[in-house]
Design a protein around this ligand. Structure first.
Ligand code: ADP
Length: 404
């Protein structure tokens, strides 16, 4: 990577916009923006630079208008040269196996994939349209959450459902958080090669990304072979507000009892379930940990169910690997919640993972060497590796721009 400058990294969600200027070599941010309540009249954007944070009110309340406004403001600042624009796109379907430069055809394909991700792809596409309009002379690159998982074998991505659902509607497992799983598994492989001389091509990793959304992936020799999220980010682990795995018959039962349409029930499975529902308190592990320590039954239950489900999935993913060399924890919870890490390792002791309490406690303060949180031994290890999805998006963008 030779160029010096920054990549504009855009992550346009359904009601939020994140934007950062990322140095693809050092990972440093010259600027980061968080836009909230985008699409509503009280939209605000917090812009952070070395000088501090200021809040601006975008002139337009539409998604596209708000992003265009922020990008325009950005051009007025004294910034490092812009190398390109990298866009996070949630659903790349079976079409995109890696990051691609965006042209009208790619944009059309991202729109077409909205049927599989109606909450995400339309917002991602609006972000691309707005950014291309304001920055027409830069290359724009799409980095897909699903692309890393396109190496999953058919056995691991097929649902046992009627063939027509798969063939005509694309009903299969795609997996998400691929950018984080890719970044963290590469970093873990580098660390393990440097520390123990392990060959990255042989490594059997389970990466658990535990943040607001949570998913775990089996990574064999650097390739995703199985993952817990499916058609949408709803499947798999218990999350902040998402249920994770569920008997699909629940939807029919609730529809019968409440008269609510399926879309409303699925909305509640995405937004009013998970840790929030189990605790009756919060979706934030910091709050739940504090309340659980004070004896709050709902907070304890929520953390127990969260950890139990995560441990079950980690163990299940070892089937797809035929063993385990390392469990790699990342995301806001994985990187910071040492109580959750400790609970998780306690449930995985039979796999040979034995917590080193001092190393677990220390991580996040002075950061133990190689992020290791288990006692050294001949079995598998657990380690904490901070994720940086924006940096990987910036690096993919530069790699494609330099290939021009
Ligand atoms: P996202 O998935 O939106 O990127 P993050 O990866 O930042 O979110 O994870 C956010 C979650 O991480 C919070 O909801 C909170 O539960 C948890 N978290 C963040 N910081 C801490 C902390 N210091 N201790 C415990 N949990 C934390």
């Amino acid at each position: 990577m030779s160029s010096s400058g920054s990549v504009v990294v855009v992550n346009c969600g359904s009601s939020s916009v994140k934007l950062a200027l990322v140095d693809p070599v050092t990972g440093q941010r010259a600027l980061s923006c968080l836009g909230e309540r985008i699409g509503s009249p009280d939209a605000v954007v917090h812009m952070t630079t070395a000088e501090g944070t200021r809040t601006i009110t975008p002139a337009a309340s539409t998604h596209r208008g708000a992003l265009a406004h922020v990008l325009q403001r950005l051009l007025d600042l004294d910034l490092p040269p812009l190398l390109g624009v990298g866009h996070r796109v949630v659903q790349g379907g079976a079409v995109f196996h890696g990051s691609v430069r965006i042209d009208d055809r790619v944009l059309g394909q991202i729109h077409d994939l909205s049927a599989l991700a109606p909450l995400h792809n339309p917002a991602n596409a609006s972000g691309i349209e707005a950014a291309r309009a304001v920055l027409p002379d830069l290359e724009h690159v799409a980095v897909f959450d699903t692309a890393f998982h396109q190496t999953m074998p058919e056995t691991n991505y097929r649902y046992a459902v009627p063939a027509r659902w798969y063939e005509e509607f694309g009903v299969r497992r795609y997996g998400m958080h691929g950018t984080s799983h890719r970044f963290v598994s590469q970093r873990a492989a580098e660390i393990l090669r440097a520390a123990d001389g392990r060959d990255p091509r042989e490594l059997k990793l389970v990466v658990a990304h535990l943040g607001n959304g949570c998913s775990a992936t089996a990574v064999l020799g650097g390739r995703s072979v199985d993952t817990t999220m499916g058609l949408t980010p709803l499947e798999g682990l218990v999350m902040g507000t998402r249920s994770g795995d569920l008997d699909p018959a629940v939807v029919e039962l609730v529809a019968d009892r409440t008269g609510e349409p399926v879309t409303e029930i699925v909305r509640q499975l995405n937004s009013s379930s998970g840790l929030l529902a189990l605790s009756g308190l919060s979706n934030d592990v910091r709050t739940l940990s504090a309340k659980a320590a004070e004896g709050h039954a709902g907070a304890r239950l929520a953390l127990d169910v969260f950890v139990h489900r995560a441990a079950k999935h980690v163990a299940a993913l070892t089937v797809s690997l035929g063993g385990l060399d390392a469990l790699v924890l990342t995301g806001g919870i994985g990187e910071n919640a040492k109580n959750v890490r400790s609970m998780l390792l306690a449930r995985l002791r039979h796999l040979g993972l034995v917590e080193d309490p001092a190393a677990n406690d220390e991580h996040g303060r002075s950061s133990t060497p190689a992020g290791r949180i288990t006692v050294p031994g001949s079995g598998p290890l657990a380690m904490v590796v901070p994720t940086d999805e924006e940096l990987l998006i910036a690096r993919d963008t530069v790699a494609l721009v330099e290939r021009t």
